[in-house]
Design a protein. Structure first.
Lengths: 149, 542
């Protein structure tokens, strides 16, 4: 939310020709979530992982739709979803797309344990120690939006 | 050469196993083994070291000289071999070194703490193995070379359950089956509907309560995995549910055996309670072996409950699919819901049970007490608790009026924890068995004297001696081998499964799923505890 605001409301306003790719990563750790299950067959496992991927894709599309509706500048952006480890995927996609800049949101403290309201997706955070050495271009961390909290 | 480099871990692990077997066979480790009370298994340690190390070296050479392919042997033997041997090495180290050291440390800390840590936390080799797996995966991570082998844990656990099938009689299965159908039926369906009701009460989405009800009611993560696609659960609902079930299950794994011991539950009662109250089926097996890893009575009971639960899974999927189908109008086929979810390994379990019942593994004479087995193995031993009872009784002079030979037999039972010949005579079977027979005769005469009221023995002490005699009654060689393999399969499987319990998955717990999960999980555990104590009586198990 913070990164999308910075990109579409501020950077795109300053440089309307900016080519933006919105990358949503489906964390590959979903595969580890079934780790403790030994009773199901591999078919049931595969069905579960297919469901997770489909579900995440649907949720991503809803999110992308929200971005497009909120920021008119997002109409020309490319939206893509990739399954993989977070840090490696960011670096690999930036390299593949020859990006000049990567923009991510600020660190968010998880309040899962004490908050009854559910957060979206997996409780996963970017490991900066893993990401920084793999970066092919500069990284910009968006400041937190005061209205978001 | 590059392929040989890729197989370096396999060469190293196999080398460690062979070097260990060589050192152990030289007798250099004997004083240490004696100190750790593992000397009786020295032959097994050497054999396992040579066999596993030899297979490893052979696999590493094959992997080095030929290009890896996609054949069945590649996928199921050669690729997972490094991981399989790593887990085996861990299992051996934990069983013969870590567990005895933990026991010694606990014993030495007792004067300071006032209790034995290993007893309170039930830190036997099964629990320690699972913890070692969890620790490895959440610190260093699973080494890349071991990834394929770790995935075999599921298959190995299923093999353990299949082999367990050979250990039931018709009478046991009928009695335990009746208990399990009643208890599991009541608590599975009860919990599923309770969670659905709680979800409705707290106005939670049906997709979330659907997936949570199956996880809390049936068999934890397995049920969640099976039900999530059926009820179309959202990503966060699956993540929160799995996190809640995993964390709740791990706590139960430690708490249940301690409460079971504290409440004085017998193996049947504890197996029934664990099989009903603990969410994840792997944790049920771990808790049963944590309660008693010396013999497999508790495991036998718990697994029947586990199997009954698993058989309920397709029914619950059907119920939830119908319930969810009504909401969305989407109909699921019988094949999608029941046939695809049916756990095929249960057919293997029933097959082994049928073969065993037909006398394929054990002729009827084996159960008439005619054959006696004095060989060293965990199965022939008395339990730790029994050992303490007997040791305390001897120290406090409670055992009086015994002849010199009878007293010697009792003293030897304490020293060896089982009826057997002298350790140094184990190579000479004739002498060894004769000494064992004499000791058994003396112990039987102690019981006869107590029955005739010639001497006074406490009920507990009589129970220990009776159990020691029962333990050495020989079982069929095939059944014995299957049981030994099965114990190792469970130890192996639980280490491998521990390696797949990640901190990340546990940390997903929270929100309404945690609140509803705790309410329903605690209710199920408490109610099933009292129902089991009230309803389940001891069943005579082989």
């Amino acid at each position: 939310m913070h990164a999308e605001h910075l990109v579409f409301a501020e950077l795109c306003a300053r440089a309307p020709d900016l080519q933006v790719t919105v990358l949503t990563i489906i964390d590959q750790d979903w595969q580890a979530m079934t780790g403790d299950d030994w009773l199901n067959s591999s078919k049931t496992h595969a069905t579960f992982l297919d469901h997770v991927e489909r579900q995440m894709q649907e949720e991503n599309e809803e999110d992308w739709q929200r971005i497009k509706e909120t920021y008119p500048a997002a109409a020309g952006a490319v939206f893509t979803g990739v399954v993989g480890p977070i840090e490696e995927t960011i670096a690999a996609q930036a390299k593949k797309r020859a990006c000049d800049l990567i923009v991510i949101g600020p660190y968010r403290q998880s309040r899962r344990l004490f908050n009854l309201k559910m957060e979206k997706g997996l409780r996963a955070r970017i490991d900066t120690a893993k990401l920084h050495p793999a970066l092919p271009c500069p990284l910009l961390i968006a400041p937190p939006l005061l209205s978001a909290d | 050469m590059a392929q040989a480099q890729d197989n370096k871990p396999l060469f190293i692990i196999s080398g460690i196993l062979i070097v260990y077997a060589l050192i152990a066979s030289s007798g250099m480790l004997h004083p240490l083994m004696k100190y750790l009370h593992t000397a009786k298994t020295s032959d097994l340690q050497v054999t396992m070291g040579f066999i596993c190390g030899g297979i490893g070296i052979l696999g590493a050479i094959i992997n080095s000289v030929r290009k890896p392919g996609n054949t069945i042997i590649d996928r199921f033997v050669l690729q997972p071999l490094p991981g399989i041997l790593l887990i085996l090495l861990m299992a051996m180290a934990i069983r013969w070194y870590v567990e005895p050291i933990v026991k010694l440390i606990s014993h030495n800390l007792q004067p300071v703490l006032g209790f034995k840590i290993y007893k309170v936390l039930n830190l036997n080799y099964v629990v320690l193995g699972l913890l070692a797996g969890v620790l490895l995966t959440n610190t260093y991570g699973i080494p890349k070379f071991a990834a394929a082998g770790v995935k075999c844990a599921r298959f190995v656990l299923k093999m353990g359950v299949i082999m367990l099938g050979a250990r039931y009689s018709f009478a046991e299965l009928a009695k335990l089956g009746t208990y399990s159908i009643f208890l599991v039926g009541t608590f599975v369906l009860g919990t599923v509907f309770f969670v659905l009701w709680l979800g409705n009460l707290f106005k939670q989405p049906k997709t979330m309560t659907g997936v949570l009800s199956a996880g809390m009611g049936v068999c934890g993560v397995s049920a969640t995995v099976a039900v999530a696609p059926v009820v179309k659960a959202k990503s966060e609902e699956m993540a929160y549910t799995i996190g809640t079930i995993l964390s709740f299950g791990i706590i139960c794994m430690f708490v249940f055996p301690t409460i079971g011991h504290w409440a004085g539950m017998n193996p049947v009662q504890f197996g029934a309670w664990a099989g009903t109250g603990i969410l994840n089926s792997a944790q049920v097996a771990a808790a049963a072996l944590a309660f008693n890893a010396v013999d497999i009575k508790t495991l036998k009971v718990a697994e029947i409950f586990n199997i009954t639960r698993v058989l309920f899974l397709p029914i619950i999927v059907l119920v939830l699919a119908t319930w969810f189908g009504k909401e969305t109008g989407k109909k699921l086929t019988f094949k999608e819901v029941v046939i695809d979810k049916f756990p095929i390994f249960i057919i293997g379990f029933l097959l082994l049970f049928a073969m065993s019942s037909m006398g394929l593994f054990s002729p009827p004479t084996h159960y008439k007490g005619k054959f006696i087995d004095f060989s060293y193995n965990d199965r022939s031993q008395i339990t730790d608790k029994e050992w303490e009872t007997l040791n305390d009784a001897l120290k406090s002079n409670e055992i009086k009026g015994l002849s010199e030979e009878q007293m010697a037999a009792v003293t030897d039972l304490i020293a060896q924890r089982q009826i057997a010949g002298n350790y140094e005579n184990r190579a000479d079977k004739k002498v060894f068995n004769k000494q064992g027979e004499d000791r058994m005769f003396q112990l039987e005469s102690v019981l006869a004297a107590a029955k005739a009221k010639e001497i006074t023995l406490g009920k507990d002490v009589k129970g220990v001696i009776k159990h020691a005699i029962k333990q050495v009654h020989k079982k069929s060689k095939t059944v014995t081998t299957l049981t030994d393999c099965m114990i190792w399969f469970f130890a192996f499987g639980l280490i491998g499964l521990g390696m797949q319990i990640t901190k990340k998955a546990i940390l997903q717990a929270g929100g309404w799923p945690l609140a509803i999960g705790v309410i329903s999980g605690v209710t199920k555990a408490v109610l099933s505890f009292f129902v089991v104590l009230w309803l389940v009586k001891d069943v005579v198990l082989k």
